[in-house]
Write a protein that binds this ligand. Structure first.
Ligand SMILES: *[C@@H]1O[C@H](CO)[C@@H](O)[C@H](O)[C@H]1NC(C)=O
Ligand SMILES: *[C@@H]1O[C@H](CO)[C@@H](O)[C@H](O)[C@H]1NC(C)=O
Ligand SMILES: *[C@@H]1O[C@H](CO)[C@@H](O)[C@H](O)[C@H]1NC(C)=O
Ligand SMILES: *[C@@H]1O[C@H](CO)[C@@H](O)[C@H](O)[C@H]1NC(C)=O
Ligand SMILES: *[C@@H]1O[C@H](CO)[C@@H](O)[C@H](O)[C@H]1NC(C)=O
Length: 519
């Protein structure tokens, strides 16, 4: 009687066992800036500020600094990196944009001439920020490499940056050179051996101009759009096989950067959003890089996703800009850490659909380019909450290890977080898309918490929930009762408090993430 009564009133709750190891073993260490940002170089100053700081953007970063003690690292470059020239008499930047289209409402500049102030803009980043800067290789113009490198070095040597501890951690030479054979920047037969030889020539100039032998700045290698996973075509294995690492500039490569998008969809749908969020597709997308990560680590190099986001076209409308994409971001970044990816740089550009942050007032729709009756003030998009949740889960110990919890459920992902070897927190994600068009009741999954291994078993915990109306909502999320959708990007509203016991477990509704902090 009792059991059927429970079944009757809670028909939509399924249950899953969550076995949490009490100690991390050799789980990967995760830095507080696991979630970092890649910024399209053309409108870099719109992000950071030219003569004064863009305080909205600064606040979005500073929120994360206050949670982890680590400033998100910033890569400035991407497609427009290969279309940038330098002119010392341009104070900041001069550029030409093609007209907006419905699918690309905020196109990248076709021509960019940067001056000294363009690079000095980095002074407005939070203290201690590490920067990667992309240098033009697409243009095959040694003068551009030379002048840009000099200007980047001069900016980071200036007192404004040096005193704030804002450092040039990496240079990158060329963006997605594996696409040059398709986009006209090189011949259609451009091979990995031609690329490597040419890269070494240009990077030798960059390396000497930047005096890398006498500095802590290093180089990101590869930065390819895709990977052949073979030594005969574009991939980390391909550049290693062509002896990049023993070349003069190659000795300064200590990180391999890979770019990745989950696909190219210029139009969205609920089905596409569910595909993006789905645990299995996140894992299959990222696991394809395992051979590359192993090849990279066998040379004692670090491996990052130096540019990534949901779908190309700057995002699919109604998908990339939604709350469901926030859950994708959270699972994608945390699962990356499990494969040995040390940082995940989510790509951002002014007005792009898949941004975590829109740092500037927008006058046309990011979704279809139509003029907006009321301009959109600077704001965060749903994915920003994933950066906040990741930051809170990792915390500020500087010693955190993260371990995926083995949960036998296609919709529930979980990660445990340890400090100095002790279990502290766990994140759970229910990636079943509850859409505006969903006609059935919202389901919920009960998590029965169990512990394995040695250590003190926690008995109680506190909970923060990322509460989402619908997976395809573009705004209106709350995190522990609070919002980051404020005029200055500082957290607003009153925090809610929820506690639970291990014995009772916890329920997680469809399209929600929770952070459990064990007592
Ligand atoms: C600085 O940026 C602001 C806001 O984007 C713009 O209006 C102004 O023209 C820029 N100033 C210079 C000197 O480029
Ligand atoms: C080469 O680069 C320099 C500096 O960026 C630029 O002034 C010059 O126009 C470029 N040359 C060509 C052929 O693009
Ligand atoms: C780099 O190339 C520029 C332009 O050709 C040249 O002026 C400069 O001397 C080169 N620097 C080094 C260190 O090779
Ligand atoms: C990557 O994820 C997308 C869904 O976002 C899926 O359509 C695609 O098939 C996945 N690719 C791989 C290689 O798993
Ligand atoms: C959906 O929820 C409502 C309100 O809680 C309830 O009345 C209804 O029976 C539920 N429908 C189904 C199919 O379970």
């Amino acid at each position: 009687m009792h059991a059927s009564w429970v079944t009757l009133i809670l028909p939509l709750v399924s249950a899953v066992t969550v076995p949490i190891p009490l100690s991390p073993g050799n789980a990967p260490s995760v830095s507080g800036n696991l979630v970092s940002l890649s910024i399209e170089q053309d409108r870099w100053l719109d992000w950071v500020g030219n003569v004064t700081r863009n305080s909205f953007f600064f606040n979005t970063l500073d929120n994360l600094v206050s949670l982890t003690g680590d400033a998100p690292t910033i890569r400035i470059g991407a497609d427009s990196e290969d279309h940038t020239n330098f002119n010392p008499s341009v104070p900041f930047i001069q550029q030409l944009f093609p007209p907006p289209t419905t699918t690309v409402p905020y196109p990248e500049a076709t021509s960019i001439v940067a001056g000294p102030g363009f690079y000095k803009g980095a002074q407005f980043l939070p203290t201690g920020t590490g920067v990667t800067w992309g240098v033009n290789f697409g243009g095959k113009n040694l003068t551009a490499v030379f002048l840009e490198t000099q200007a980047i070095l001069a900016a980071f040597a200036s007192p404004a940056l040096a005193n704030a501890g804002i450092t040039l951690d990496f240079l990158e030479l060329g963006n997605e050179a594996d696409l040059y054979r398709n986009n006209g920047l090189r011949s259609s037969s451009y091979s990995i051996s031609q690329y490597t030889a040419e890269w070494i020539t240009f990077a030798t100039n960059m390396t000497r101009t930047a005096n890398l032998a006498g500095s802590d700045t290093r180089i990101w290698g590869a930065a390819f759009a895709g990977s052949s996973h073979t030594s005969t075509d574009f991939s980390p294995q391909g550049i290693f096989a062509n002896n990049i690492l023993t070349s003069e500039p190659g000795k300064f490569i200590n990180t391999i950067s890979q770019h990745h998008y989950s696909g190219s969809f210029c139009f969205g749908s609920g089905g596409l959003l569910q595909d993006l969020m789905t645990k299995a597709t996140i894992r299959s997308n990222l696991s394809s890089f395992i051979p590359d990560i192993q090849a990279t680590q066998s040379h004692n190099l670090d491996y990052v996703l130096g540019e990534t986001n949901s779908y190309s076209c700057h995002g699919a409308p109604g998908v990339s800009n939604t709350a469901g994409a926030a859950l994708w971001t959270l699972d994608y970044a945390l699962f990356s850490s499990q494969l040995g990816i040390s940082k995940v740089f989510f790509h951002e550009g002014i007005g792009y659909k898949y941004n975590l942050i829109q740092p500037e007032t927008l006058t046309r729709s990011t979704l279809d380019g139509s003029p907006l009756a009321t301009p959109l003030k600077p704001h965060v998009q749903p994915q920003y909450y994933a950066a906040i949740i990741t930051a809170e889960a990792i915390g500020d110990s500087g010693q955190t290890q993260a371990l995926e919890i083995n949960i036998n459920d296609a919709r529930i992902a979980g990660y445990a977080f340890y400090e100095n070897g002790a279990l502290k927190r766990a994140v759970f994600i229910n990636s079943l898309a509850f859409l505006k068009s969903t006609t059935t009741n919202r389901t919920s999954t009960h998590l029965a918490l169990t512990f394995s291994g040695t250590g003190t078993k926690p008995t109680t915990f506190s909970v923060k929930r990322l509460v989402i109306g619908h997976a395809d909502d573009g705004s209106g999320l709350t995190w522990g009762g609070q919002t980051y959708e404020t005029a200055d990007a500082r957290v607003g509203g009153t925090a809610t408090s929820e506690t639970g016991t291990v014995a009772a477990g916890i329920d997680i509704p469809a399209t929600q993430a929770i952070l459990v902090t064990f007592n």
